[in-house]
Design a protein around this ligand. Structure first.
Ligand SMILES: Nc1nc2c(c(=O)[nH]1)N[C@H]1C(S)=C(S)[C@@H](COP(=O)(O)O)O[C@H]1N2
Ligand SMILES: [Mo]
Length: 503
């Protein structure tokens, strides 16, 4: 006998609706206790940690900072698809279908326990999801199987509609709860003991469309393995310095703020940035000089690595020799004149000028352990990334945009370039259609660890053109044209774009 549409639809939707109800309740429960234990976030984070590096690189390249939305969407799609199966099963054998959904949620519970730094309570949101999903599915199977007459059909629609609305409402409550908790805490930071001095005006107004000399905090790129933003109270936070040191110690946030604070302009970039890519930002940072903390601890003679640990036990390794070579590495508490936003590591993060973020810029920092590369390895080291990765010198064209159509006449080519570690940017050059390297005008400097704006006025004739740029550092090294992928130590090659001039 052919089934009426409503019955087929009911059967297909029952599983996903029940799963959605379970996930929503789990999410809200987690939001109220420990957001990272939400079943969706647990599964998503596990996927992030287990994804092979090439796939991760592809996702970052393809989706940029939306890679997380893409990931959560994929996880939800897979769960809802599996839930369709559970719903179909439930039509004949309600208990089996419910058990299938509960099992699915229990997988999340197990993964929650396996997360680094997870306590036993981490299973609760997933268990709640299991109970709710199974219960809702059992209820839905009780609805009239064939809804031929109007009243039965209404009962089906009403029942399913209530579940859908309930799930959406509870899920939204969870989302809002997390958003509220993530709002920043107001802390007052002391003035720097070593201020950075006035910040130069830059070419921001002179060259419209160029990257601003200082990246507004809200626009600063964000790259990390977290799906949620860790929420740490400054009052309960501590920083432990231990390992191969003579005097291990623990600092509170107030202890840290009582130490001398330096203020520095530093450009941070991500090793996953492609040539000409967006994962770079310049900011004014406030923090305690790293060597101040290391001296206080008295580093032993075996250590060659600073292993830093974040609030969720994620680890980043920094070569001790580079971090302590006199550059202004710091445990930062402030960014652009305000406390660090939660997205960028509140209450404190590590920063080492000249090193890619993945070996230097630990956010939500809780511990600095002096150790050796032989004894302990960090998150990205385990995934094949380099342990020694200075930021490669690079120049990027901001304007014109790639593939732009331009009018004949004067065109301003402009962008930013950086050459940390090698004395800063000495010159930036532009080559048009493979011709001779022409020097660009440089903007003001905010120090060797900072990027520099540049521009060149070009009298553009009609036709297709190729624009290329390179930086030359203070030691005379020109940026290499040899292409390298971001993995394992950062991309190289020249940023080259095509434009068309005239009609
Ligand atoms: N705890 C933690 N810190 C982290 C990361 C992370 O995944 N977890 N990512 C690092 C990487 S790869 C980079 S590039 C920088 C980015 O810092 P931002 O998000 O403030 O720009 O943070 C670093 N610090
Ligand atoms: Mo990064």
């Amino acid at each position: 006998m052919a089934r009426p549409w409503s019955s087929t639809l009911t059967t297909a939707l029952a599983g996903p609706l029940a799963a959605a109800a379970g996930l929503a309740v789990g999410h809200l429960l987690a939001a109220l206790t420990s957001p990272a234990t939400s079943p969706v976030l647990v599964v998503g984070s596990t996927v992030i940690d287990r994804t092979p590096t090439p796939v991760k690189e592809w996702a970052i390249a393809r989706f940029g900072t939306d890679d997380k939305a893409f990931l959560v969407g994929s996880v939800l799609a897979v769960v809802l698809l599996a839930a369709v199966g559970a719903g179909l099963l439930a039509r004949r054998r309600p208990v089996h279908g419910a058990a299938a959904l509960a099992t699915l949620a229990c997988v999340a519970a197990v993964l929650a326990l396996l997360r680094p730094a997870a306590g036993p309570a981490a299973v609760l949101p997933s268990l709640a999801a299991a109970v709710v999903a199974a219960g809702v599915l059992l209820q839905l199977t009780r609805l009239p199987a064939t809804a031929r007459d109007g009243s039965a059909r209404r009962a089906v629609l009403l029942g399913m509609g209530m579940v859908a609305l309930g799930a959406a409402g509870v899920g939204e409550a969870g989302r809002r709860t997390i958003a509220r908790r993530q709002r920043s805490e107001t802390v007052a930071l002391p003035a720097p003991t070593e201020p950075a001095g006035p910040f130069p005006a830059g070419l921001d107004r002179v060259v419209p469309g160029i990257t601003p000399l200082r990246t507004p905090t809200r626009e600063f790129y964000r790259v990390d393995t977290r799906l949620d933003v860790p929420v740490i109270d400054s009052a309960g936070w501590t920083l432990r310095v231990d390992g191969d040191v003579r005097r291990p110690f623990t600092l509170t946030f107030d202890d840290l703020l009582a130490m001398p604070l330096i203020e520095r302009d530093i450009t941070l970039t991500c090793v996953s940035n492609s040539v000409g890519g967006p994962y770079a930002g310049g900011a004014r940072w406030l923090g305690v000089r790293l060597t101040e903390l290391l001296d206080r601890a008295g580093v032993g003679d075996r250590a060659d690595q600073i292993l830093s640990t974040d609030v969720a036990a994620m680890t980043i390794s920094t070569p001790l020799a580079l971090a302590a070579d006199g550059r202004d590495a710091m445990v930062a508490v402030g960014m652009n004149g305000a406390p660090l936003p939660r997205e960028h590591g509140f209450p404190a993060r590590l920063l080492v000028p000249g090193l890619y973020g993945f070996i230097s810029a630990t956010k939500w920092l809780t511990r600095l352990t002096l150790t050796t590369y032989a004894d302990q390895s960090a998150y990205w080291t385990d995934r094949g990334w380099a342990t020694d990765a200075p930021i490669k010198i690079a120049s990027r064209i901001d304007i014109p945009r790639p593939l732009a159509r331009l009018d004949v006449g004067e065109v301003v080519i402009g962008g930013v370039a950086w050459a940390q570690g090698a004395g800063g940017v000495a010159r930036v050059e532009v080559s048009i259609d493979g011709g001779a390297w022409q020097p660009a005008r440089l903007g003001p400097t905010a120090g060797d660890a900072y990027w520099r704006q540049w521009f060149l006025r070009w009298n553009a004739g009609p036709g297709p053109h190729t624009l290329s740029t390179r930086v030359v550092d203070a030691q005379g090294h020109a940026q290499t044209p040899v292409r390298a992928n971001p993995f394992p130590a950062g991309a190289s090659g020249l940023h080259t774009i095509d434009v068309t001039v005239g009609s």
